[in-house]
Design a protein around this ligand. Structure first.
Ligand code: THU
Length: 131
């Protein structure tokens, strides 16, 4: 887990968040054990911004992985950052309800929850015929 938290923290430092100034980092572990990081990438056209989790997932898929075994998210302040609704759904595409999501702050791990807790009764690939 430490490697995942370390990468998420590094990612947070690389965030492009000149508008919100709210830097977020995320890291996911693929099925082969490889880890992939992402940060939020904001845009002057505000809705075009990308969340940290989404960019970590994109990096993982680009590296050839299609399953997330573990995820870490880190935010800048004392308030624990939880993935936004859209990111919960994006995680669901590549993970099941039991996915551990480590919620962290600059001081380290705050709490680990499951994706099922974050997104109960989710709509997933099986609803459209994918295992
Ligand atoms: N943000 C993330 O990167 N992940 C989340 O799950 C919550 C929000 C980013 C989006 C935006 O760049 C900034 O945090 C403030 O909302």
């Amino acid at each position: 887990m430490d490697d995942l938290l370390h990468l998420a923290r590094l990612m947070m430092l690389r965030a492009h968040a000149p508008y919100s100034k709210f830097h977020v980092g995320a890291a996911v572990r693929g099925e082969d054990g490889s880890i992939h990081g992402g940060c939020n990438v904001e845009n002057a056209a505000y809705p075009q911004g990308l969340c940290a989790e989404a960019s970590a997932i994109a990096a993982m898929v680009a590296a050839g992985q299609k399953r997330i075994l573990e995820c870490a998210v880190i935010g800048p302040g004392p308030e624990m950052v939880t993935p936004c609704g859209g990111c919960r759904q994006k995680l669901r595409e590549f993970a099941s309800d039991d996915l551990p999501v480590h919620l962290c702050g600059p001081d380290g791990l705050h709490r680990t929850v499951t994706l099922g807790q974050l997104l109960p009764m989710s709509f997933g690939p099986h609803h459209v015929g994918k295992p």
